[in-house]
Design a protein around this ligand. Sequence first.
Ligand code: ATP
Length: 876
Amino acid sequence: MTHWHSQTCTETLAALESSDSGLSNEQADYRRKQYGANAFTEAPLRPWWRLLLKQFADFMILLLLVAAIISGIVGDLVDTLVIGVLVLLNATMGMIQEYRAERAMRALKSISAPTALVLRNGQQQEIAAVDLVPGDIVLLDAGCIVPADLRLMQSIALRINEAALTGESLPVDKPDVAPVPADTPLAERHNMAYKGTFVGYGRGRGVVIATGMQTEFGRIATLLQQTEIVVTPLQRRLTVFGQRLAIIVLAICLVVFLQGWLRGESLLPMFLTALSLAVAALPEALPAVVTISLALGARKMVAQNALIRRLPAVETLGSVTYICSDKTGTLTENRMRVEAYYCDGELDKAPRQTAPWRELLRAIGVSHDARSNHAGELSGDPTEVALLAAALDAGLEYPALNAELPRADEIPFDSNRKRMTTLHEDGERGFLAITKGAPEVIISLCNHMLVNDGTVTINRELISDMADRMAADGMRVLAVAIRHWPRHPPHMSAEHVECNLTFLGLVGLLDPPRAEVLEAVRMCKQAGIVPVMITGDHPRTAQAIARRLELIDDGGEVMTGQQLAELPDADLQRRIRDVRVFARVSPEQKLKLVTLLQERGECVAMTGDGVNDAPALRKADIGVAMGITGTDVAKEAGAMILMDDNFATVVRSVREGRRIYDNLRRFIRYVLTTNSAEIWIIFLAPFAGLPIPLLPIQILWINLVTDGLPGLALAAEPAESNVMHRAPYPPGESILARGLGIKILWTGLFMAGLILAAQAWALSIDSGHWRTLVFTTLCFSQLAYVLAIRSEHQSLFALGLWSNRPLLATVVFTVGLQFALIYLPVLQPIFKTTPLPRAELAVALAIPLLVIVAVEIEKKILQIRSVAKLPRGAAR
Ligand code: ATP
């Protein structure tokens, strides 16, 4: 085994047949085939037949099959066959659902696959991390997850968090890249970076020495290979609920069985009836349906630029009460432009020609990490791109300037420090350190300022006032300062280098608010969601932008990170209720804000992009990472990634989350109501002196077709018109919350009562079709019910049948099937049906209409009651 850490950089590159400018594309392609993907081998998805077999592992289903076989041997073989086919079809449905859910999850995962910045053919390129090969040169930056095992070749204050590999939670310094002895333990090899760890601070580059399963992480990753099975909170509640329900259902089925036995019915058919009822009425598919709805919802959200990384997020989105958003890029366009300069006592839109102005421009022209490619396109951090663009506009020659002041060292930017310093060789003068950052920070580090007559003592008050004025216009203001060094400073540390500076000037950058955000903010307010801005920027800048976006009105206050730090928690808890803008906030304080809000019972969505945002993103109910500007670490921590970094996308996702949750509740309502109707019918019939109304086959058929198909099509139901005009529902509310339990109970009983009445009527007129009548009426009533509950508030007549076509199609299809079952002679003996004469058919069609009317009346009553409950004067 090669000890890469004990080799020099040159030896490593030679051994890997690579160079400082990276591999060529052809070399990379060849090696990709040779070494395979840079990924851990994942456990293959379960094949369909394994999923199918799993469906039969249910005790009740096995019991039903055994009973059917016995009854076949002693009696009707056709019955046994049909029961077998129905159970098989049922299992196939279950299998298809699980299959779709698993694949949808895997597909989501592959969309969020990480990328890596590499040098190939001497050019920087962003490629999918799976395509990395040994010999590739990888560039590292704060917040990026190390994509493969690397021998470091450059470290600029690199600090890497290796907790994932070594368990050590403190980040490890990588001070230099010199070789270390071969027997150095892994945790101390400071010239190496391992896959799966992340860069906490600094920059660097390294050459890939191992990929995929060959990496140190890959060796221990075998344990991680199992596909993660996520259980969402709703699923957990449903499982517990289902277990309780199962006991009740089984008890009722037992009573049904005993009742029949005592009445002298023959044992085996009675047993089959009770068992079929149990199999049909147990809502064992509910948790699987939740996964599918959420996974399909998540797939739809990808098309709207919201990538869900954790499935429960889809469910939680609907309950969000606070959206805490960054400013730059999320509320604004992140297209910065230099709008104003302040230098030598003058504020101007364009730079002037005097010495201090030239010095300022030169400083902003070289002290950034923005890049310009051959075609002249600029890339990098938008603030820095804006500075470079401004310098170019002012006529500076970029490559020439870089050659004149080549970079020798740097102290990287960090949002806690709010500044960065670059050190440049400055010919005969030695070295020039340029520090730029937040004005209040930089000004306090300066003793002098440059004016046309030379260097004078700084007037801090004057410059601070000017910075405030520029910020009040909504500009992000940066202060720029310099210090000359005769030699390279002995320590490239903040305390040593970032002091005793000479102030050069201020630069004001404008980043316009996104056009669609104002509308989204208004929508939040209507929907009972509080939008909050949390920014690292200056309070004045934050206030100006917040006003434009109607986050606050003219008197609206802004709380700064400093005030936040000074207030005791209890006071803060009270104050944050009214504050909508937090400025100059550090990432640690974001975590504190999330915690305080959650303690008040809020459900918080929080956006973030930097490496330090990760704890807050993890703590939030929905951590939202930026897709464009976000670091790998933020993306890894987020439950959701915004592919367009846009606040409006968060709001749209909340809307979608609410729709999905509403539809799940509808599905639960439908399944529980119709199942309970079946149970009531069979349970109550003997008390009304009626014979058992349904045969086992009919029960299984209804469970498979009538319950299954339309229920699934409910997921396609569009959002209700008032979906963003009501307050969010509390997260973790009971499944039967807000009257759902009562609704299920009464409609189940109502449906059963009508159908039993129909049965009694048919028997009273001596109709030989009473069983077909019950079977058909039950089927049609369930279909009518699914249409009626499409909206909790709006009437079906207002919605129109066309607004959920998949549902309409399944209803029409199921009605067609039912007609076939009763009118096609081949099917009649199988389902024990008879063609219904006109009068009976009319009853079978009238009762479903009554079901619709009853549900519509309920909607009306609830509407009147909720208006009556509103405080006087409140509008709907
Ligand atoms: P928001 O929280 O609204 O998204 P942000 O994340 O861009 O803002 P930070 O990146 O934390 O805020 O920046 C905080 C402050 O640091 C800025 O207000 C600015 O004064 C300073 N700053 C930002 N970028 C740079 C940079 N490239 N060089 C020097 N200073 C910078």
